[in-house]
Design a protein around this ligand. Structure first.
Ligand SMILES: [Cu+2]
Length: 72
């Protein structure tokens, strides 16, 4: 699962996801705004949010893994 599942950020901030699990995961925006490759243990993905809004994302390998970034 994504932990925390919901994160609040300010416009212009960069969010970093880190895979702390022992199997691969991805980070993919529901709206297609960003998509990582498969992240192995310890690998990271970064995305900078330049516009306010609510951004939902999921793991394309385990689609029940979901999360939200709220940018304002
Ligand atoms: Cu996953």
């Amino acid at each position: 699962m994504f932990e925390p599942q919901s994160v609040t950020a300010k416009v212009g901030e960069t969010i970093t996801w880190i895979n702390k699990d022992d199997e691969p995961h991805t980070v993919r925006s529901d709206a297609g705004l960003f998509a990582s490759a498969a992240l192995d243990t310890g690998e990271t993905f970064r995305f900078r949010f330049d516009k306010s809004g609510t951004y939902h994302f999921f793991c394309s390998i385990h689609p029940k893994m979901t999360g939200t970034i709220v940018v304002h």
